[in-house]
Design a protein around this ligand. Structure first.
Ligand code: C2E
Ligand code: MG
Ligand code: MG
Length: 731
């Protein structure tokens, strides 16, 4: 039992010693293994497939990397591949961070001029020239070639081989191709493996490899010539000697058969540009059509909604909303056209509905709306207020128009039910409101409708039918204005409008020194109408220019006639502010008349009323200056009429002022008036402006004026305005 235990102990001790020994041997063995040096290799990364960055691992790989790894391994090195940051290998040689750099064709000098040593050839690299056309090249020695600046290391070797070759450096291959296309170089030089990669780019399709110009160059690693450098090169050379040709071929074959070139966006554009553009255009057209369709649909819908809001469905005239907008629009666009607004209502419409049925009532309304619409022009409008009430905006064209409307609309509506075989006469009440200039200034259509409604209600409540005015006076004056304006052209033609003359005298000699042309109108319907009525009506309607042109021409004809019989006269004509607004070059018109009738510029005096100067002094002063520069006499009419300011006298540039006594003298010829007048005369004379007093009615006034130094006068005391025949008698 004891012996057995002793044997077991001996066995365990033996086993323990064995295990300890085993560990010791293992430990010692590991300590004894020789350590490998790490070789830092600087390489470029822009030379696929020789050196390039793998898009997946982001490591620098390629034929060159695999070869140096193999060589270094044989030489007992571990390899650390680093992408060189210098622009080319020559400069990289000066960086101590790399143990070796590659690839070199032969030993070169570093950028700082240090000598280098290189390994034996790791392989022979084919170099090829590429040109645009497939031509044969001149001798290599006389070529101008382009290459990327990163190949500067190679270029030294190239230069040694072909000293006559000129080299142009470009930032990269892409730039060098552009240089070739621009004709800056005859050909581009690069590693054949690199070309095999680069020429896959679709846009380089017209680049051609020149097989005849192929030559090979060594593919070596190099470093600066130092003791350590030599040691490394020596060790690498032993590694190179162990590499077999077949291994090199296997590595190059491996990379050159890979599909390394990947199309970028520009390649796709180059290849499929036309399709892409067509596709984009097609897509844009489809989107455009869709947007347009959508827009049209929403416009149609908008239009539909607007129609619903602005139109009355039953009668297809404007709704109140639409009518309001339309009236505002029409009045704004035609501010000088006289309009009235009528409010129209069927008497006992409820009775019609109850007795003949709602349908008949509706038909009556539709009929009324239809025939009313037919008589309206584009700048008139009709709207439905509620059930049987319509509002109409219509131009004022005198009483005749009212009777026409009566016949065309009112009578057919009156007889509508009778014509349908029902024994009932439809009656209408209309209230009329004449739209005033004030209404157009402060546009409130509802207000105007209210006035028309008041007149309609008044008529209805009085038990009458037909129409009633809200503002009869306005209607009368509007009607007269319409008669005046509407007849102007025919009145001029028919001789209704005449030019009369009121002589102007020099009170000191009692001689006639000129006359003012004043318009007279014997209207066919209205009889004699005064300029005080027709001049403002024509000014408001924009027709004054037509009248004045007639007057000016007539005056010039008369002046010409008097000239030819030796009675040279001077006539003042009135020019309205609207004339100058109508024709800013009015001076040309007067110059034309003077030339046409062979007159002197001094024979025509141009009177512009004082109020015009107040309204737009800049424009008036400009016109005055131009007229005066031609030799016309410009006169300011109606001075003292209430607008004059002393300041105005300072700015004025007129030849004569017409002082209107009617504004300055009240009833009688009171003391205060005389004081003002005498100072005014004195002031005007001191300013060197000629003066004529008009509206002189009494000898007393004439004597007073003469005493104060104003001798030129015009007024009933001397002569009233007279016809040409009478005027010719007294001159
Ligand atoms: P106006 O240019 O100041 O013309 C003078 C007005 O005073 C004339 O009125 C004339 O008849 C009136 N008159 C002359 N002497 C006296 C007088 O002693 N007492 C009174 N109470 N009145 C006198 P008429 O012809 O009625 O013309 C009124 C205005 O109409 C003119 O004032 C002028 O501004 C304008 N007018 C007249 N004819 C034309 C014309 O052909 N074209 C233009 N644009 N305006 C004209
Ligand atoms: Mg005048
Ligand atoms: Mg006057």
């Amino acid at each position: 039992m004891n012996r057995l235990r002793v044997r077991k102990r001996i066995f365990l001790a033996f086993l323990g010693t064995f295990i300890v020994l085993c560990f010791a041997v293992l430990f010692l063995n590991s300590k004894a293994a020789p350590s490998r040096d790490t070789l830092v290799v600087g390489v470029p990364s822009d030379r696929c497939p020789v050196f390039y960055v793998d898009p997946v691992s982001y490591e620098t790989v390629g034929i060159g990397v695999d070869l140096i790894k193999k060589v270094a391994d044989e030489a007992g090195y571990d390899v650390e591949i680093t992408t060189i940051t210098e622009p080319n290998l020559k400069e990289a040689l000066d960086n101590n961070a790399y143990d070796i750099v590659m690839p070199f064709g032969s030993s070169i000098q570093s950028a700082k001029g240090k000598n280098t040593i290189v390994t034996e050839n790791i392989m022979e690299t084919p170099f090829t020239l590429v040109t645009i056309k497939d031509d044969t090249l001149p001798t290599l020695n006389s070529l101008k070639i382009g290459m990327p600046v990163s190949l500067k290391g190679v270029s030294e070797t190239v230069q040694k081989l072909h000293p006559g070759m000129k080299i142009v450096y470009y930032d990269d291959i892409g730039e060098s191709v552009k240089g070739l296309k621009r004709g800056e170089v005859d050909a581009l030089l690069n590693n054949s493996y690199v070309w095999s990669y680069v020429l896959q780019k679709p846009s380089y399709i017209n680049l051609h490899v020149q097989p005849s110009a192929m030559f090979s160059m060594g593919f070596k690693a190099g470093t600066v010539d130092t003791i350590e450098g030599r040691e490394i090169i020596k060790r690498l050379d032993t590694g190179i000697s162990k590499i077999k040709e077949t291994q090199v071929e296997a590595i190059t074959l491996d990379y050159t058969t890979r599909r390394l070139y990947h199309y970028d966006i520009f390649d796709y554009l180059y290849l499929y540009g036309a399709f892409i553009i067509l596709g984009t255009l097609l897509f844009a057209a489809v989107i455009g059509t869709m947007v347009f369709r959508q827009r049209s649909i929403s416009l149609i819908q908008e239009e539909r909604v607007r129609r619903l809001i602005d139109h009355d469905e039953l009668t297809d005239v404007y709704s109140m909303n639409g009518f309001r907008k339309r009236v505002e629009d029409i009045l704004r666009k035609n501010p000088s056209v006289p309009y009235f607004l009528s409010y129209n209502n069927i008497v006992d419409f409820k009775f019609i509905n109850d007795s003949f049925g709602k349908e008949t009532g509706d038909k009556l309304l539709k009929f009324w709306a239809k025939i009313s619409k037919e008589i309206l022009s584009d700048d008139e409008a009709i709207g439905r207020v509620t059930s049987d009430q319509f509002v109409i905006l219509r131009r004022i064209e005198g009483n005749a128009r009212i009777y026409e409307d009566e016949k065309d609309v009112v009578e057919p509506v009156n007889n509508y039910l009778i014509s349908q075989g029902k024994n009932f006469k439809v009656q209408i009440c209309s209230g009329i409101y004449v739209i005033t200039p004030d209404d157009i200034q402060n546009m409130d259509v509802d207000h105007m409708i209210d006035f028309a409604r008041i007149a309609e209600r008044k008529l209805r409540e009085s038990g009458k039918t037909g129409f009633e005015f809200y503002n009869l006076n306005q209607w009368e004056s509007k009607k007269r204005a319409v008669e005046i304006v509407g007849h102007l052209s025919s009145a001029i033609e028919s001789g209704e409008v005449q030019v009369w003359y009121q002589p102007q005298v020099d009170f000191s000699t009692n001689k006639i020194i000129g006359a003012e042309a004043l318009c007279r109108w014997a209207h066919g319907n209205l009889g004699w109408i005064s300029p005080g009525e027709f001049i403002p009506a024509l000014e408001n309607s924009g027709k004054i220019y037509e009248l004045d042109c007639f007057v000016w021409e007539k005056v010039c004809q008369d002046l010409h006639r008097w000239n030819t019989v030796g009675k040279r006269m001077t006539i003042s004509v009135n020019v309205s502010r609207n004339d100058i607004e109508e024709n800013p070059n009015i001076h040309l018109l007067f110059v034309g008349l003077i030339r046409k009738y062979d007159l002197g510029f001094d024979q025509l005096h141009i009177e512009i009323t004082e109020s015009a100067y107040v309204a737009d002094s800049t424009m008036l002063n400009k016109t005055t200056d131009t007229l005066r520069s031609y030799g016309f006499q410009v006169e300011m009419d109606d001075f003292g009429s209430g607008y004059s300011s002393l300041n105005m006298l300072k700015e004025l540039s007129v030849d004569r002022i017409k002082l209107d006594l009617r504004f300055l003298t009240g009833p009688g010829f009171e003391e205060k008036g005389q004081i003002i007048l005498s100072y005014l005369i004195q002031m005007i004379q001191l300013l060197g402006i000629d003066l004529l007093a008009e509206g002189v009615e009494t000898l007393e006034q004439a004597n007073f004026l003469k005493e104060k130094g104003c001798v030129e006068m015009q007024g009933f005391y001397f002569h009233k305005p007279m016809s040409v025949i009478d005027f010719e008698d007294i001159i």
